[in-house]
Write a protein that binds this ligand. Structure first.
Ligand code: BEZ
Ligand code: FE
Length: 287
């Protein structure tokens, strides 16, 4: 290995990880080295550019801590998170979408139907859904983990005014796979703009900092692949410019006025009509 040159550096560097015991890790590292070398050759990467890139990585690390990952944000804004979500999505199932940084395990279990509105300001809406398998069969053992932001755009984790369990819950669907959640209409939300990802990459590109309004869901059922996804609002202005590429047509629903006194009574909503988004969540069978 004493005569390393342009002709052999890539093969030698990638092959040097052949000692990794885990076959999959070996493949991941080997191909990563190949891809990075190919990129550097393709763009003719200079010393100055290489140092600048490492500086960006250092600044990304410097602002990252237990509760804030600038690296996740980087993955989100370059579409890598969504690419992984899309590759993991099954064609016969509801597509996945970004988990985002605001899922916290341990949301309270509530009875279905659930009302999360509490003291929140905002427009009351109902999410009314059915969880089914790829053939449309109901999945009565499915569970949901739900979370969204408040009327000020913030999630409870970054808003000291909100109680810990604000606008989040877990619940079990009924025997038909159905659930109803009364909540407030989610509002658009900005990705963090105080770090290098926004300041050095996304803003200079002239891109939007806004995420299209959404609610998050993790749907799990025995013998089915867990679905991590989001629900979007057909009337939201940022559907076509979501900062993290999370929007999929199948995840966009419309809040429609429904006159149903029994529904309002079940959910503890005043009056006899409400805005309802109807949805179906299809899970793929476990391979
Ligand atoms: C969110 O869903 O709230 C989110 C996702 C990615 C980056 C920032 C926020
Ligand atoms: Fe979110």
């Amino acid at each position: 290995m004493r005569d390393i040159g342009l002709a052999n550096i890539t093969e030698i560097a990638s092959a040097s990880f052949g000692g990794l015991a885990d076959e999959r890790q070996r493949e991941l590292v080997h191909k990563l080295v190949l891809a990075l070398h190919a990129y550097a050759k393709d763009v003719g990467l200079s010393h100055a550019e290489w140092r600048a890139a490492l500086g960006f990585v250092h600044r990304t690390a410097a602002i990252t801590n237990e509760s804030r990952s600038e690296f996740s944000l980087l993955s989100d804004v370059i579409g890598l998170s969504s690419l992984v979500d899309l590759m993991a999505s099954d064609a016969k199932a509801t597509p996945g979408s970004v988990l985002g940084p605001f899922h916290t395990a341990g949301s309270p279990w509530l009875d279905n139907p659930a009302n999360l509105i509490g003291a929140n300001a905002g427009q009351a809406v109902v999410l009314r859904g059915r969880v089914c398998g790829a053939q449309g069969q109901p999945l009565p053992l499915a569970t949901l983990d739900f979370w969204q932001n408040a009327a000020n755009g913030l999630y409870w984790q970054i808003d000291p005014e909100q109680p810990t369990d604000n606008l989040r819950c877990r619940l079990c669907v009924d025997a038909q796979g159905c659930f109803e959640i009364a909540t407030i209409r989610p509002v658009p939300y900005q990705i963090p703009t105080d770090g290098p990802v926004w300041k050095e990459l996304v803003e200079p590109a002239g891109r939007s900092s806004w995420r299209s309004a959404h609610a998050h869901l993790i749907v799990a059922a025995p013998e089915h692949k867990t679905l991590v996804t989001e629900l979007f609002d057909a009337e939201d202005p940022y559907l076509d410019s979501d900062a993290v590429f999370g929007v999929r047509e199948a995840l966009v629903g419309r809040y429609l006025p429904v006159s149903d006194a029994a529904l309002c009574a079940r959910l503890g909503l005043p009056g006899d009509s409400c805005l309802v988004m109807q949805l179906e969540l299809r899970l793929a069978a476990q391979a």
